[in-house]
Design a binder for this molecule. Sequence first.
Ligand code: ARG
Length: 567
Amino acid sequence: MSNPFIEEIAQQVSDAAGMAPDALTDLVEVPPDPEMGDYALPCFALAKTLRKAPDRIAEELAQKVAPGERISRVRAVGPYLNFFVNRADFVQKTLSEILAKGRDYGQGEEGAGKTVVIDFSHPNIAKPFGIHHLRSTVIGNALRNLFRALGYTVVGINHLGDWGSQFAKLIVAWKRWGSGEFTEDISIETLLELYVRIHEEIENDPDVESEASEWFRRLENQDPEAQNMWKVCCTISYKEFDRVYRMLGIAFESIAGESFYLDKMAETLGRLEKKGLTQISEGATIVDLSPWDMPPMIVRRSDDASLYATRDIAAAEYRWQTYAFDRMLYVVDVAQTLYFKQLFKALELMGYHWSRKCTHVVFGRLRFKDGGMSTRRGKIVFLEDVLNRAVELTRKIIEEKNPDLPDKDEVARDVGIGAVIYADLDSRRMRDVVFDWDEVLNFNGETGPYVQYTHARYCSVLRRYGKAIPPSDVDLSLLTEPETVAVVKRLEQFPSRIRNAAGTCEPSLIASYLIELCTEANRFYNTHRVVSEDEALTTARIALVYAITLVLAGGLRLLGMKAPERM
Ligand code: ARG
Protein backbone atom coordinates (compact mmCIF):
# COMPACT_ATOMS: atom_id res chain seq x y z
CA MET A 1 0.00 0.00 0.00
CA SER A 2 1.40 3.35 -0.86
CA ASN A 3 1.03 6.68 0.84
CA PRO A 4 0.74 10.17 -0.69
CA PHE A 5 4.50 10.60 -0.52
CA ILE A 6 5.20 7.46 -2.50
CA GLU A 7 2.44 8.44 -4.89
CA GLU A 8 4.04 11.78 -5.50
CA ILE A 9 7.39 10.07 -6.12
CA ALA A 10 5.80 7.64 -8.55
CA GLN A 11 4.02 10.44 -10.35
CA GLN A 12 7.12 12.58 -10.73
CA VAL A 13 9.33 9.72 -11.86
CA SER A 14 6.66 8.47 -14.19
CA ASP A 15 6.58 11.84 -15.94
CA ALA A 16 10.35 11.93 -16.19
CA ALA A 17 10.88 8.32 -17.22
CA GLY A 18 7.76 7.74 -19.26
CA MET A 19 6.57 4.76 -17.23
CA ALA A 20 3.25 4.05 -15.56
CA PRO A 21 3.16 5.27 -11.94
CA ASP A 22 1.62 1.99 -10.75
CA ALA A 23 4.67 0.06 -11.84
CA LEU A 24 6.83 2.41 -9.80
CA THR A 25 4.99 2.53 -6.46
CA ASP A 26 5.87 -1.06 -5.67
CA LEU A 27 9.54 -0.43 -6.29
CA VAL A 28 9.91 2.37 -3.77
CA GLU A 29 11.88 1.35 -0.68
CA VAL A 30 12.84 2.86 2.62
CA PRO A 31 16.64 3.21 2.85
CA PRO A 32 18.27 1.66 5.89
CA ASP A 33 19.81 4.97 6.94
CA PRO A 34 17.58 8.08 6.98
CA GLU A 35 20.66 10.18 6.17
CA MET A 36 20.45 8.68 2.70
CA GLY A 37 16.87 9.74 2.24
CA ASP A 38 13.36 8.94 3.34
CA TYR A 39 12.55 6.87 0.28
CA ALA A 40 14.59 5.37 -2.49
CA LEU A 41 13.89 4.10 -5.95
CA PRO A 42 16.32 1.35 -6.95
CA CYS A 43 16.81 1.86 -10.67
CA PHE A 44 17.78 -1.75 -11.53
CA ALA A 45 14.23 -2.59 -12.44
CA LEU A 46 14.10 0.34 -14.85
CA ALA A 47 17.25 -0.65 -16.69
CA LYS A 48 15.45 -3.09 -18.93
CA THR A 49 12.78 -0.68 -20.08
CA LEU A 50 15.04 2.34 -20.40
CA ARG A 51 17.99 0.37 -21.78
CA LYS A 52 20.58 2.14 -19.71
CA ALA A 53 22.75 1.34 -16.74
CA PRO A 54 20.97 1.86 -13.41
CA ASP A 55 23.53 4.46 -12.31
CA ARG A 56 22.94 6.51 -15.42
CA ILE A 57 19.21 6.29 -14.99
CA ALA A 58 19.44 7.49 -11.41
CA GLU A 59 21.61 10.39 -12.40
CA GLU A 60 19.42 11.48 -15.28
CA LEU A 61 16.26 11.19 -13.27
CA ALA A 62 17.78 13.24 -10.47
CA GLN A 63 18.18 16.06 -12.99
CA LYS A 64 14.68 15.77 -14.33
CA VAL A 65 12.60 15.09 -11.24
CA ALA A 66 11.72 18.31 -9.51
CA PRO A 67 10.90 18.62 -5.82
CA GLY A 68 7.16 18.77 -5.31
CA GLU A 69 4.65 19.52 -2.66
CA ARG A 70 5.66 16.59 -0.47
CA ILE A 71 9.15 15.80 -1.72
CA SER A 72 11.72 18.41 -0.83
CA ARG A 73 14.88 16.98 -2.39
CA VAL A 74 15.96 14.36 -4.91
CA ARG A 75 19.46 12.91 -5.12
CA ALA A 76 21.15 10.12 -7.04
CA VAL A 77 23.49 7.79 -5.16
CA GLY A 78 24.83 5.01 -7.35
CA PRO A 79 21.89 3.07 -8.79
CA TYR A 80 19.48 4.63 -6.31
CA LEU A 81 17.36 7.69 -6.65
CA ASN A 82 16.89 9.00 -3.13
CA PHE A 83 14.07 11.24 -1.98
CA PHE A 84 13.77 13.47 1.04
CA VAL A 85 10.25 14.22 2.12
CA ASN A 86 9.02 17.41 3.55
CA ARG A 87 9.31 16.04 7.08
CA ALA A 88 6.95 18.39 8.88
CA ASP A 89 4.28 17.53 6.37
CA PHE A 90 5.02 13.81 6.69
CA VAL A 91 4.85 13.83 10.48
CA GLN A 92 1.68 15.84 10.52
CA LYS A 93 -0.12 13.77 7.96
CA THR A 94 0.86 10.45 9.49
CA LEU A 95 0.14 11.28 13.11
CA SER A 96 -3.15 13.01 12.48
CA GLU A 97 -4.29 9.97 10.56
CA ILE A 98 -3.34 7.67 13.43
CA LEU A 99 -5.03 9.88 15.98
CA ALA A 100 -8.16 10.09 13.86
CA LYS A 101 -8.38 6.36 13.24
CA GLY A 102 -7.36 5.26 16.73
CA ARG A 103 -7.56 1.50 17.17
CA ASP A 104 -8.57 1.10 13.53
CA TYR A 105 -5.36 2.57 12.17
CA GLY A 106 -3.86 0.22 9.61
CA GLN A 107 -7.07 -1.66 8.99
CA GLY A 108 -8.94 -1.52 5.73
CA GLU A 109 -11.88 -2.62 3.68
CA GLU A 110 -10.17 -4.04 0.63
CA GLY A 111 -11.29 -7.52 1.57
CA ALA A 112 -14.96 -6.58 1.83
CA GLY A 113 -17.15 -9.11 0.09
CA LYS A 114 -14.32 -11.65 -0.13
CA THR A 115 -14.01 -14.79 1.93
CA VAL A 116 -10.90 -16.47 3.21
CA VAL A 117 -11.23 -19.95 4.66
CA ILE A 118 -8.45 -20.87 7.09
CA ASP A 119 -8.04 -24.50 8.09
CA PHE A 120 -5.92 -24.33 11.22
CA SER A 121 -5.09 -25.84 14.59
CA HIS A 122 -6.81 -29.19 13.85
CA PRO A 123 -5.48 -31.33 16.72
CA ASN A 124 -6.31 -34.99 16.79
CA ILE A 125 -8.88 -36.39 19.13
CA ALA A 126 -7.87 -39.08 21.57
CA LYS A 127 -4.36 -37.80 21.31
CA PRO A 128 -3.17 -34.96 23.50
CA PHE A 129 -3.10 -31.41 22.25
CA GLY A 130 0.64 -31.56 21.75
CA ILE A 131 3.06 -28.73 21.29
CA HIS A 132 3.35 -29.70 17.61
CA HIS A 133 -0.12 -28.28 17.06
CA LEU A 134 0.82 -24.97 18.64
CA ARG A 135 2.30 -23.59 15.47
CA SER A 136 -0.71 -24.22 13.30
CA THR A 137 -2.96 -22.78 15.99
CA VAL A 138 -0.96 -19.62 16.53
CA ILE A 139 -0.09 -18.93 12.88
CA GLY A 140 -3.64 -19.67 11.76
CA ASN A 141 -5.09 -17.38 14.39
CA ALA A 142 -2.76 -14.54 13.44
CA LEU A 143 -3.77 -14.95 9.79
CA ARG A 144 -7.38 -14.91 10.84
CA ASN A 145 -6.79 -11.58 12.60
CA LEU A 146 -4.82 -10.13 9.70
CA PHE A 147 -7.43 -10.90 7.06
CA ARG A 148 -10.20 -9.70 9.31
CA ALA A 149 -8.36 -6.42 9.78
CA LEU A 150 -8.48 -5.96 6.02
CA GLY A 151 -12.21 -6.47 5.84
CA TYR A 152 -12.28 -10.06 4.60
CA THR A 153 -14.91 -12.43 5.82
CA VAL A 154 -12.82 -15.04 7.53
CA VAL A 155 -13.99 -18.56 8.20
CA GLY A 156 -11.61 -20.19 10.64
CA ILE A 157 -12.19 -23.91 10.55
CA ASN A 158 -10.97 -26.43 13.04
CA HIS A 159 -10.65 -29.59 10.96
CA LEU A 160 -10.33 -31.80 14.02
CA GLY A 161 -8.78 -35.20 13.51
CA ASP A 162 -11.83 -36.90 14.93
CA TRP A 163 -12.01 -39.91 12.65
CA GLY A 164 -9.67 -42.68 11.71
CA SER A 165 -8.22 -45.95 12.78
CA GLN A 166 -6.75 -44.50 15.98
CA PHE A 167 -10.18 -44.87 17.60
CA ALA A 168 -10.41 -48.48 16.64
CA LYS A 169 -7.00 -49.07 18.15
CA LEU A 170 -8.09 -47.39 21.35
CA ILE A 171 -11.16 -49.58 21.50
CA VAL A 172 -9.02 -52.68 21.16
CA ALA A 173 -6.71 -51.36 23.86
CA TRP A 174 -9.58 -50.68 26.21
CA LYS A 175 -10.99 -54.13 25.59
CA ARG A 176 -7.64 -55.63 26.59
CA TRP A 177 -6.48 -53.53 29.48
CA GLY A 178 -9.22 -51.14 30.47
CA SER A 179 -11.22 -51.71 33.59
CA GLY A 180 -14.77 -50.68 34.28
CA GLU A 181 -16.84 -48.58 31.98
CA PHE A 182 -15.48 -46.37 29.24
CA THR A 183 -16.77 -42.97 30.33
CA GLU A 184 -16.00 -39.29 30.03
CA ASP A 185 -14.24 -39.36 33.39
CA ILE A 186 -11.29 -41.14 31.90
CA SER A 187 -8.38 -38.78 31.64
CA ILE A 188 -6.58 -37.82 28.47
CA GLU A 189 -3.43 -39.31 30.02
CA THR A 190 -5.12 -42.70 30.29
CA LEU A 191 -6.10 -42.50 26.64
CA LEU A 192 -2.54 -41.63 25.76
CA GLU A 193 -1.14 -44.54 27.75
CA LEU A 194 -3.52 -46.90 26.01
CA TYR A 195 -2.57 -45.41 22.70
CA VAL A 196 1.15 -45.84 23.27
CA ARG A 197 0.73 -49.35 24.61
CA ILE A 198 -1.43 -50.59 21.75
CA HIS A 199 1.10 -49.29 19.25
CA GLU A 200 3.83 -51.28 20.96
CA GLU A 201 1.56 -54.28 20.93
CA ILE A 202 0.92 -53.93 17.20
CA GLU A 203 4.66 -54.23 16.58
CA ASN A 204 4.77 -57.58 18.37
CA ASP A 205 1.43 -58.99 17.38
CA PRO A 206 0.07 -58.35 13.89
CA ASP A 207 -3.30 -59.77 14.91
CA VAL A 208 -3.96 -56.58 16.85
CA GLU A 209 -3.90 -54.64 13.62
CA SER A 210 -6.59 -56.76 12.03
CA GLU A 211 -8.62 -56.61 15.19
CA ALA A 212 -8.42 -52.84 14.99
CA SER A 213 -9.43 -52.87 11.33
CA GLU A 214 -12.45 -54.86 12.27
CA TRP A 215 -13.39 -52.28 14.91
CA PHE A 216 -12.85 -49.47 12.46
CA ARG A 217 -15.17 -51.20 10.04
CA ARG A 218 -17.76 -51.46 12.79
CA LEU A 219 -17.27 -47.82 13.62
CA GLU A 220 -17.76 -46.75 10.02
CA ASN A 221 -20.88 -48.92 9.85
CA GLN A 222 -22.28 -47.21 12.89
CA ASP A 223 -22.06 -50.06 15.30
CA PRO A 224 -23.59 -48.62 18.51
CA GLU A 225 -20.86 -49.83 20.87
CA ALA A 226 -18.08 -48.52 18.67
CA GLN A 227 -19.91 -45.24 18.12
CA ASN A 228 -20.41 -44.78 21.82
CA MET A 229 -16.79 -45.26 22.61
CA TRP A 230 -15.83 -42.87 19.84
CA LYS A 231 -18.17 -40.23 21.27
CA VAL A 232 -16.65 -40.64 24.70
CA CYS A 233 -13.17 -40.14 23.25
CA CYS A 234 -14.35 -36.96 21.56
CA THR A 235 -15.87 -35.58 24.75
CA ILE A 236 -12.71 -36.25 26.72
CA SER A 237 -10.65 -34.43 24.11
CA TYR A 238 -13.03 -31.49 23.71
CA LYS A 239 -12.64 -30.72 27.39
CA GLU A 240 -8.90 -30.52 27.04
CA PHE A 241 -9.01 -28.56 23.76
CA ASP A 242 -11.47 -26.07 25.21
CA ARG A 243 -9.17 -25.29 28.09
CA VAL A 244 -6.26 -24.69 25.71
CA TYR A 245 -8.27 -22.50 23.32
CA ARG A 246 -9.58 -20.49 26.22
CA MET A 247 -6.06 -19.91 27.50
CA LEU A 248 -4.95 -18.81 24.06
CA GLY A 249 -8.08 -16.74 23.48
CA ILE A 250 -8.79 -18.47 20.19
CA ALA A 251 -12.13 -19.18 18.60
CA PHE A 252 -13.31 -20.72 15.33
CA GLU A 253 -16.13 -19.87 13.00
CA SER A 254 -16.64 -23.55 12.36
CA ILE A 255 -15.60 -26.71 14.12
CA ALA A 256 -16.14 -29.42 11.56
CA GLY A 257 -13.81 -32.33 12.11
CA GLU A 258 -13.10 -35.14 9.72
CA SER A 259 -16.16 -37.07 10.92
CA PHE A 260 -18.34 -34.26 9.60
CA TYR A 261 -17.67 -35.50 6.07
CA LEU A 262 -18.57 -39.15 6.59
CA ASP A 263 -21.94 -38.90 4.92
CA LYS A 264 -20.45 -36.92 2.04
CA MET A 265 -17.71 -39.33 1.11
CA ALA A 266 -19.65 -41.79 -1.01
CA GLU A 267 -20.62 -38.98 -3.36
CA THR A 268 -17.07 -37.71 -3.48
CA LEU A 269 -15.82 -41.16 -4.43
CA GLY A 270 -18.62 -41.39 -6.99
CA ARG A 271 -17.51 -38.14 -8.61
CA LEU A 272 -13.89 -39.29 -8.70
CA GLU A 273 -14.96 -42.50 -10.41
CA LYS A 274 -17.32 -40.80 -12.84
CA LYS A 275 -14.55 -38.50 -13.96
CA GLY A 276 -12.47 -41.57 -14.64
CA LEU A 277 -9.81 -40.55 -12.18
CA THR A 278 -9.69 -43.72 -10.14
CA GLN A 279 -7.98 -47.07 -10.58
CA ILE A 280 -7.98 -50.20 -8.52
CA SER A 281 -4.59 -51.18 -7.23
CA GLU A 282 -4.18 -54.16 -4.94
CA GLY A 283 -7.80 -53.85 -3.97
CA ALA A 284 -7.51 -50.19 -3.02
CA THR A 285 -8.92 -47.29 -5.00
CA ILE A 286 -6.28 -44.80 -6.04
CA VAL A 287 -5.85 -41.66 -8.11
CA ASP A 288 -2.80 -42.07 -10.29
CA LEU A 289 -0.56 -39.01 -10.10
CA SER A 290 2.52 -40.45 -11.78
CA PRO A 291 2.36 -37.99 -14.73
CA TRP A 292 3.14 -35.31 -12.14
CA ASP A 293 5.85 -37.36 -10.49
CA MET A 294 3.84 -37.93 -7.40
CA PRO A 295 2.84 -41.14 -5.67
CA PRO A 296 -0.79 -42.13 -6.10
CA MET A 297 -3.39 -40.77 -3.77
CA ILE A 298 -5.23 -43.58 -2.04
CA VAL A 299 -8.87 -42.67 -1.65
CA ARG A 300 -10.31 -45.97 -0.44
CA ARG A 301 -8.51 -48.80 1.24
CA SER A 302 -8.86 -52.41 0.23
CA ASP A 303 -10.89 -53.11 3.35
CA ASP A 304 -13.22 -50.29 2.31
CA ALA A 305 -12.12 -48.00 5.10
CA SER A 306 -12.21 -44.29 4.35
CA LEU A 307 -9.11 -42.17 4.40
CA TYR A 308 -7.77 -38.80 5.46
CA ALA A 309 -7.37 -37.81 1.80
CA THR A 310 -10.93 -38.69 0.83
CA ARG A 311 -12.21 -36.71 3.76
CA ASP A 312 -10.11 -33.76 2.63
CA ILE A 313 -11.50 -33.85 -0.90
CA ALA A 314 -15.02 -34.00 0.50
CA ALA A 315 -14.17 -31.15 2.88
CA ALA A 316 -12.82 -28.97 0.08
CA GLU A 317 -15.93 -29.55 -2.04
CA TYR A 318 -18.18 -28.79 0.90
CA ARG A 319 -16.33 -25.61 1.74
CA TRP A 320 -16.46 -24.37 -1.81
CA GLN A 321 -20.21 -24.97 -1.92
CA THR A 322 -20.72 -23.40 1.48
CA TYR A 323 -18.38 -20.42 1.41
CA ALA A 324 -17.44 -19.80 -2.26
CA PHE A 325 -14.08 -18.70 -0.92
CA ASP A 326 -11.58 -16.42 -2.62
CA ARG A 327 -8.79 -18.22 -0.85
CA MET A 328 -8.50 -21.32 1.25
CA LEU A 329 -5.45 -21.65 3.45
CA TYR A 330 -4.33 -24.90 5.03
CA VAL A 331 -1.99 -24.09 7.90
CA VAL A 332 -0.22 -27.43 8.23
CA ASP A 333 3.38 -28.37 8.94
CA VAL A 334 6.04 -29.09 6.36
CA ALA A 335 5.68 -32.86 6.76
CA GLN A 336 2.47 -32.73 4.71
CA THR A 337 3.89 -30.80 1.77
CA LEU A 338 3.65 -33.66 -0.69
CA TYR A 339 0.24 -34.60 0.59
CA PHE A 340 -1.17 -31.14 -0.16
CA LYS A 341 0.37 -31.14 -3.62
CA GLN A 342 -1.45 -34.39 -4.24
CA LEU A 343 -4.67 -33.05 -2.81
CA PHE A 344 -4.62 -29.87 -4.91
CA LYS A 345 -3.75 -31.85 -8.02
CA ALA A 346 -6.64 -34.23 -7.39
CA LEU A 347 -9.00 -31.26 -7.01
CA GLU A 348 -7.68 -29.78 -10.24
CA LEU A 349 -8.17 -33.09 -12.05
CA MET A 350 -11.72 -33.15 -10.79
CA GLY A 351 -12.18 -30.00 -12.83
CA TYR A 352 -12.44 -27.59 -9.93
CA HIS A 353 -11.15 -24.22 -11.09
CA TRP A 354 -11.01 -23.17 -7.44
CA SER A 355 -8.20 -25.60 -6.73
CA ARG A 356 -5.96 -22.64 -7.61
CA LYS A 357 -7.37 -20.73 -4.68
CA CYS A 358 -6.07 -23.33 -2.25
CA THR A 359 -2.73 -22.78 -0.54
CA HIS A 360 -0.73 -24.90 1.83
CA VAL A 361 0.66 -22.46 4.37
CA VAL A 362 3.74 -24.40 5.38
CA PHE A 363 5.65 -24.05 8.63
CA GLY A 364 8.69 -25.68 10.17
CA ARG A 365 9.02 -27.71 13.32
CA LEU A 366 9.15 -26.59 16.91
CA ARG A 367 11.45 -28.15 19.44
CA PHE A 368 12.76 -27.39 22.88
CA LYS A 369 16.29 -26.57 23.69
CA ASP A 370 17.56 -29.56 25.67
CA GLY A 371 15.74 -30.12 28.89
CA GLY A 372 13.40 -27.24 28.18
CA MET A 373 10.33 -29.22 28.93
CA SER A 374 10.26 -32.39 30.93
CA THR A 375 7.90 -34.87 29.41
CA ARG A 376 5.84 -35.65 32.44
CA ARG A 377 3.11 -37.20 30.40
CA GLY A 378 4.79 -39.70 28.18
CA LYS A 379 6.75 -38.78 25.12
CA ILE A 380 4.53 -35.93 24.05
CA VAL A 381 4.83 -32.38 25.33
CA PHE A 382 1.37 -31.12 26.21
CA LEU A 383 0.66 -27.63 25.00
CA GLU A 384 -1.32 -26.99 28.15
CA ASP A 385 1.73 -27.78 30.28
CA VAL A 386 3.84 -25.40 28.23
CA LEU A 387 1.33 -22.59 28.63
CA ASN A 388 1.01 -23.20 32.36
CA ARG A 389 4.74 -23.26 32.76
CA ALA A 390 5.07 -19.95 30.89
CA VAL A 391 2.48 -18.34 33.15
CA GLU A 392 4.17 -19.70 36.28
CA LEU A 393 7.61 -18.46 35.27
CA THR A 394 6.20 -15.06 34.34
CA ARG A 395 4.45 -14.85 37.67
CA LYS A 396 7.82 -15.36 39.37
CA ILE A 397 9.46 -12.64 37.29
CA ILE A 398 6.67 -10.21 38.15
CA GLU A 399 7.02 -11.10 41.82
CA GLU A 400 10.69 -10.14 41.64
CA LYS A 401 10.41 -7.05 39.47
CA ASN A 402 7.13 -5.49 40.37
CA PRO A 403 5.61 -7.10 43.47
CA ASP A 404 3.05 -4.30 43.95
CA LEU A 405 1.51 -4.71 40.53
CA PRO A 406 -2.29 -5.01 40.69
CA ASP A 407 -3.89 -7.98 38.88
CA LYS A 408 -0.68 -9.97 38.95
CA ASP A 409 -2.39 -13.20 37.92
CA GLU A 410 -4.02 -11.69 34.91
CA VAL A 411 -0.83 -9.98 33.78
CA ALA A 412 1.16 -13.19 34.27
CA ARG A 413 -1.34 -14.98 32.07
CA ASP A 414 -1.31 -12.32 29.35
CA VAL A 415 2.46 -12.09 29.32
CA GLY A 416 3.29 -15.78 29.77
CA ILE A 417 0.96 -16.93 27.04
CA GLY A 418 1.90 -13.95 24.90
CA ALA A 419 5.54 -15.00 25.21
CA VAL A 420 4.77 -18.45 23.84
CA ILE A 421 2.72 -17.01 20.97
CA TYR A 422 5.39 -14.48 20.11
CA ALA A 423 8.19 -17.05 20.20
CA ASP A 424 6.26 -19.06 17.66
CA LEU A 425 5.62 -16.12 15.33
CA ASP A 426 8.92 -14.41 15.70
CA SER A 427 10.75 -15.91 12.73
CA ARG A 428 9.65 -16.77 9.21
CA ARG A 429 7.19 -19.60 9.46
CA MET A 430 9.24 -21.99 7.30
CA ARG A 431 12.06 -21.92 9.80
CA ASP A 432 12.19 -24.35 12.68
CA VAL A 433 11.56 -22.86 16.08
CA VAL A 434 13.83 -23.74 18.97
CA PHE A 435 12.09 -22.97 22.17
CA ASP A 436 14.40 -21.77 24.92
CA TRP A 437 12.66 -20.63 28.09
CA ASP A 438 15.32 -18.08 29.02
CA GLU A 439 15.02 -16.39 25.67
CA VAL A 440 11.27 -16.64 25.34
CA LEU A 441 10.72 -14.84 28.63
CA ASN A 442 13.60 -12.38 28.41
CA PHE A 443 12.07 -8.95 28.98
CA ASN A 444 15.02 -7.30 27.27
CA GLY A 445 15.38 -9.55 24.27
CA GLU A 446 13.44 -9.56 21.03
CA THR A 447 10.49 -11.20 22.70
CA GLY A 448 6.79 -10.88 23.33
CA PRO A 449 7.31 -9.67 26.90
CA TYR A 450 9.65 -6.96 25.60
CA VAL A 451 7.01 -5.62 23.21
CA GLN A 452 4.30 -5.84 25.85
CA TYR A 453 6.57 -4.19 28.38
CA THR A 454 7.39 -1.35 26.00
CA HIS A 455 3.70 -0.84 25.38
CA ALA A 456 2.96 -0.79 29.12
CA ARG A 457 5.79 1.65 29.70
CA TYR A 458 4.30 4.19 27.27
CA CYS A 459 0.86 3.63 28.74
CA SER A 460 2.33 4.64 32.05
CA VAL A 461 3.81 7.78 30.50
CA LEU A 462 0.31 8.68 29.37
CA ARG A 463 -1.13 7.92 32.81
CA ARG A 464 1.45 10.08 34.54
CA TYR A 465 0.77 12.91 32.12
CA GLY A 466 -2.66 12.90 33.68
CA LYS A 467 -4.53 14.95 31.10
CA ALA A 468 -7.01 13.91 28.44
CA ILE A 469 -5.76 11.44 25.83
CA PRO A 470 -5.57 12.00 22.92
CA PRO A 471 -4.61 15.59 23.64
CA SER A 472 -6.47 18.29 21.79
CA ASP A 473 -4.89 21.36 20.18
CA VAL A 474 -1.72 19.59 19.16
CA ASP A 475 0.86 21.29 17.01
CA LEU A 476 2.45 18.28 15.35
CA SER A 477 4.85 20.45 13.37
CA LEU A 478 6.93 20.69 16.55
CA LEU A 479 8.05 17.10 16.10
CA THR A 480 11.17 17.51 14.03
CA GLU A 481 14.15 15.74 15.63
CA PRO A 482 15.58 12.77 13.72
CA GLU A 483 14.70 10.23 16.46
CA THR A 484 11.16 11.50 16.45
CA VAL A 485 10.78 11.45 12.69
CA ALA A 486 12.21 7.92 12.66
CA VAL A 487 9.40 6.72 14.92
CA VAL A 488 6.76 8.41 12.80
CA LYS A 489 8.20 6.82 9.70
CA ARG A 490 7.96 3.44 11.32
CA LEU A 491 4.38 4.09 12.41
CA GLU A 492 3.55 5.06 8.87
CA GLN A 493 4.64 1.60 7.67
CA PHE A 494 2.14 -0.26 9.82
CA PRO A 495 -0.69 -0.40 7.22
CA SER A 496 1.59 -1.71 4.49
CA ARG A 497 3.12 -4.28 6.84
CA ILE A 498 -0.32 -5.63 7.61
CA ARG A 499 -0.99 -6.02 3.91
CA ASN A 500 2.36 -7.67 3.31
CA ALA A 501 1.87 -10.04 6.22
CA ALA A 502 -1.58 -11.07 5.01
CA GLY A 503 -0.51 -11.27 1.37
CA THR A 504 2.40 -13.56 2.11
CA CYS A 505 0.69 -15.37 5.02
CA GLU A 506 3.64 -14.34 7.14
CA PRO A 507 2.65 -13.05 10.59
CA SER A 508 6.35 -12.80 11.46
CA LEU A 509 6.39 -9.54 9.48
CA ILE A 510 4.21 -8.03 12.19
CA ALA A 511 6.36 -9.55 14.94
CA SER A 512 9.56 -8.07 13.52
CA TYR A 513 7.83 -4.78 12.82
CA LEU A 514 6.89 -4.48 16.49
CA ILE A 515 10.49 -4.99 17.56
CA GLU A 516 11.65 -2.29 15.13
CA LEU A 517 9.02 0.08 16.41
CA CYS A 518 9.98 -0.62 20.04
CA THR A 519 13.64 0.03 19.32
CA GLU A 520 12.92 3.33 17.61
CA ALA A 521 10.37 4.40 20.18
CA ASN A 522 12.87 3.71 22.95
CA ARG A 523 15.54 5.68 21.15
CA PHE A 524 13.17 8.63 20.93
CA TYR A 525 12.19 8.23 24.58
CA ASN A 526 15.77 7.99 25.80
CA THR A 527 16.81 11.07 23.83
CA HIS A 528 13.93 13.43 24.50
CA ARG A 529 11.94 14.27 27.58
CA VAL A 530 8.30 13.76 26.81
CA VAL A 531 6.93 15.94 29.58
CA SER A 532 8.73 19.28 30.00
CA GLU A 533 7.94 22.91 30.81
CA ASP A 534 7.30 23.53 27.15
CA GLU A 535 3.61 22.79 27.08
CA ALA A 536 3.12 22.79 23.34
CA LEU A 537 6.04 20.43 22.80
CA THR A 538 4.83 18.19 25.61
CA THR A 539 1.42 17.90 24.02
CA ALA A 540 2.92 17.03 20.66
CA ARG A 541 5.19 14.37 22.18
CA ILE A 542 2.32 12.93 24.18
CA ALA A 543 0.37 12.61 20.94
CA LEU A 544 3.28 10.66 19.50
CA VAL A 545 3.50 8.41 22.57
CA TYR A 546 -0.21 7.76 22.29
CA ALA A 547 0.19 6.85 18.62
CA ILE A 548 2.97 4.44 19.60
CA THR A 549 0.74 2.69 22.15
CA LEU A 550 -2.05 2.41 19.60
CA VAL A 551 0.14 0.74 17.01
CA LEU A 552 1.92 -1.55 19.50
CA ALA A 553 -1.39 -2.70 20.94
CA GLY A 554 -2.85 -3.11 17.45
CA GLY A 555 0.12 -5.20 16.34
CA LEU A 556 0.00 -7.37 19.45
CA ARG A 557 -3.69 -7.98 18.92
CA LEU A 558 -3.06 -9.05 15.33
CA LEU A 559 -0.61 -11.66 16.59
CA GLY A 560 -3.24 -12.89 19.03
CA MET A 561 -1.58 -11.40 22.11
CA LYS A 562 -2.89 -9.15 24.85
CA ALA A 563 -1.53 -5.69 25.48
CA PRO A 564 -1.70 -5.12 29.24
CA GLU A 565 -1.44 -1.49 30.28
CA ARG A 566 0.57 -2.23 33.40
CA MET A 567 3.33 -4.75 33.87
N1 ARG B 1 -5.17 -33.34 12.05
C1 ARG B 1 -4.13 -33.35 11.09
C2 ARG B 1 -2.78 -33.66 11.73
O1 ARG B 1 -2.63 -33.43 12.90
C3 ARG B 1 -4.01 -32.04 10.34
C4 ARG B 1 -5.21 -31.65 9.55
C5 ARG B 1 -4.89 -30.59 8.55
N2 ARG B 1 -6.03 -30.17 7.78
C6 ARG B 1 -6.49 -30.81 6.74
N3 ARG B 1 -7.56 -30.36 6.13
N4 ARG B 1 -5.91 -31.91 6.30
O2 ARG B 1 -1.88 -34.09 11.07
